[in-house]
Design a binder for this molecule. Sequence first.
Ligand SMILES: [Zn+2]
Length: 510
Amino acid sequence: MGRYEFTIFNFTSKTLYIARYFTPDGFVDINNITIEGVPLNLSKLDRYRYEIINGSGIEFYAVNVSTNLTKLQGVATYEVRYKKNWKLFYSLGENITIGTDFSFWDLASNSGGYRIVVTPKLPKGTLYVISGYGTVENGSTVVYGVDSGVQHLSISTVMVWMPNLERVDFTLGSMNFTVYLPSWVISDEGIEALKSKLNLALSVYGNLTGIEKPTERLFIIFHSQFWKFSQETLGYTARGINYFSTIILPFRNDLPTTLDYYQLNLFHEFAHEWFGHYAGFGLFVETPTQFLMLEAYSRSVSQTYFYDQYLDEVEKQVVSIKNFTYIETITGKYDNFSDPRLYSQEAWYIRYFKGPYILRSLRFLVGDQKFGEIFHTLLEECHGSYCEYRDFIRISEKVYGDDLSWFFDEWFNTTEVPDYNVTVLNITQVENTYNLTLTITDASNFTMPVPVRIYLENGEYVDERVWVNGTATVSLELPDKPVKIVIDPEEAIANVNREFSVNGVVVKVD
Ligand SMILES: [Zn+2]
């Protein structure tokens, strides 16, 4: 049950429209609206119904305003029933991106635009999250209007209830953070640990995208009953939720423990402020988001753990799933968003992990600098408009300066991955140098630049880049005797892994 006190400024005497969303069994019940003490009887007003999907949509009520007043004060009480309707509400949100938090008000306004000031009364321990705006506390004021940043926003709004809710505010770089968490766990140690994770992600994401501040303020809610909250609002158990400017994450014991368990969740949801909030990309959005997450994670844990355990395990899964091409896992949006195949465990894995692996390959192909330029151009071009994966391909080709359809074809449209082997390996010594001749074959016939690291007897290594187009033979002159060869040492390619030896030299395909 919510209560809304609102003041409308700058309206004209033309018709005022109040709109609300409807679903078959009622998403929002407006119990009562009064304006200047006069109750509005919605059932007696002219009503326009616009059905969007499955018996749900938006309806407009026409209110004729005739008054000498320059501002109108009103109160609305309403009830929101999330549980039954949330999925439907979400699919509505995919189709319309207008509305304030519980309804959409369209005002005929004088120049300068309309303005509605709302002061919600909320139960103790309750926060109100407005997508794209942030978190609203009991008694605080939200200004809706053309110039206030809250207008015609997406419609997802949630109430968050948590006992003993406390807030902590701080600034990192030029971004302001507000963190909500249970009061009994606030400790300097915990807050410092959180700041250090956020600082790491801020600098990694800022460097990779050239965008240091995707949003002015970020609200982070560590929810002590996150799984229950997620079930009730989304209908499934999420790992974290990003409402654009507000992220909600699971919480465990205390903040340091929470960050140990859920830093990937934090890195992921934070990355959605760049890919998601700053610019939207449909289901493709999870791919650059996971890419950023992996970059932050790789700097937050030990290199050995990241490359030899975490990414190896991810790669094994990506390589073994053969029932979805990558493109099939991101293109349900317009034709059939509710296709359950999109939400199977395998499709999820391909979207969330093969996707970022493909971006790692693209980065290796085009080089760090051009890759950064692709991310930057993508975010700048798509900021304020809607993009999808085709825009990513288009911008990648533009920045690279050449056709990349061969690359995207093999990675997006097949379930194959490269399967490298070394078939010939010869070493000859000429005075103080060594000549290495190497033939790499790929049973899957990909065209890829392949990173090859050659370890020498003196403990050093040499990095080479070999274009393999089904097969490739290279000859290298080395300052010392090669003892071990690692193909793809830094996991730029999702490929079949194996280890063997040829002519006494250990070869590891990583
Ligand atoms: Zn996500």
